[in-house]
Design a protein around this ligand. Structure first.
Ligand code: NDP
Ligand code: ZN
Length: 352
């Protein structure tokens, strides 16, 4: 079979591989729609995970089950499924501790395009199918379904980690697709004002649809000063980081109130240290928490988030600005994610 791969740091292209084998608990899936992620960009061009040779990219896919192992109970060939980007080993002790995304090691629940071939192939392998697949709801477009694989669970995780409460003022730093889903998640959790950082006009338009109440730009100077101006010196209750750099934490700590929470789902592709400003952190006594994480994966989360979409609570389809048909457009879609055109939020490739 063919797959679109990272050939090495900074290099991409098509390769030939054997079709993956199916273990007793597993499934082999054929993609219906796939989406490239900013994380693929960090992995290939920043080498953020280290060297990877001839690894098929991608971790956002809806597909059709081609084959299941002998112990799989709930899925069968022909089922249309949402495949979580994070596919943990659910029996691992880190999973039992509540951190399935780190099953078998830090970040190791993230297997596709990290520790094994990803979903940009004619077929791909899913471990523990009963626990990691979810049925694509009747009538849901598979392109919209791909937003349930990673963008929704990650953006919503920012809102969860920040523990947003009714009436909170929140700053969401970064409103690419992940930050946009954080905006939607904060709005659903009852945030009052949601101040968003990001410049792309299309992102701002969709952020407004998801509940943003104001906008700032990192190009206009220090973000903390801007937030403190907007809030008459008070700051915000919560900050969700979904963009920026290692230096963004400094700004976030300075804009959050004492007792506030800074969450981050950003994948820090470069920089060796994160600096925390000592004074604004209350000399370590300000009860300003920093909570960062890889999103939780698995079937239950996919089913619950898909239910929010089918119930009409959130429409991740608003983010699909570029739709392609056919595997031949894979490279173009990935390069869009790298160049971030002004009108881009998220590209999706339908495998017709
Ligand atoms: P995008 O690149 O589409 O969006 C980034 C956003 O950050 C944009 O709004 C951009 O503004 C803004 N930004 C850029 N520079 C700065 C800065 N210096 N300060 C503040 N904001 C800035 O990214 P995605 O939404 O696709 O992904 C966001 C992050 O989430 C990535 O690092 C990605 O790898 C990570 N991720 C993490 C996952 C997890 O499980 N934790 C899973 C999936 C992704 P502008 O409008 O000007 O472009
Ligand atoms: Zn991703």
């Amino acid at each position: 079979m063919k797959g679109f791969a990272m050939l090495g740091i900074g290099k991409i292209g098509w390769i030939e591989k054997d079709k993956p084998a199916c273990g007793p608990l597993d499934a082999i899936v054929r993609p219906l729609a796939v989406a490239p992620c900013t994380s693929d960009v960090h992995t290939v061009w920043e080498g953020a995970l280290g060297e990877r040779k001839d690894m098929i990219l991608g971790h956002e896919a809806c597909g059709v089950v081609e084959e299941v192992g002998s112990l799989v109970r709930d899925f069968k060939p022909g089922d249309r499924v949402i495949v979580s980007a994070i596919t943990p080993d659910w029996g691992d002790l880190n999973s039992q501790r509540g951190f399935a995304m780190h099953s078998t090691g830090m970040l190791a629940g993230w297997k596709f395009s990290n520790f094994k071939d990803g979903v940009f192939g004619e077929y791909f392998h899913v471990n523990e199918a009963d626990a990691n697949l979810a049925l694509l709801p009747e009538g849901m477009d598979p392109g919209v379904g791909t937003m349930v694989c990673d963008m929704m669970p990650t953006g919503f995780h920012a809102a969860e980690l920040a523990d947003v409460q009714f009436g909170d003022d929140v700053a969401v730093i970064g409103i690419g697709p992940v930050g946009l889903m954080a905006v939607a998640g904060c709005a659903l959790r009852g945030a009052a004002n949601i101040y968003c950082v990001g410049t792309r006009a299309k992102c701002r338009e969709v952020a407004t649809a998801y509940g943003a109440t104001g906008f700032l730009s990192y190009k206009d100077g220090d973000l903390a000063e801007q937030i403190l101006d907007l809030t008459h010196g008070k700051g915000v209750d919560r900050v969700c980081i979904a963009g920026g750099t290692v230096d963004t934490f400094d700004e976030a700590i300075r804009m959050v109130k004492p007792g506030g929470i800074v969450s981050s789902v950003n994948y820090l592709g470069s920089g060796d240290y994160v600096k925390i400003p000592r004074i604004e952190w209350g000399c370590g006594m300000g009860h300003k928490q920093i909570r960062c994480g890889l999103m939780p994966g698995g079937r239950l989360r996919s089913e619950k988030l898909a239910a929010l979409v089918t119930a009409g609570r959130v429409d991740p389809g608003l983010m699909l600005t570029h739709k392609y048909h056919g595997f031949d457009h894979m490279e173009e879609a990935l390069m869009m994610m790298r160049s971030k055109a002004a009108d881009l939020i998220k590209p999706v490739v339908y495998i017709d």
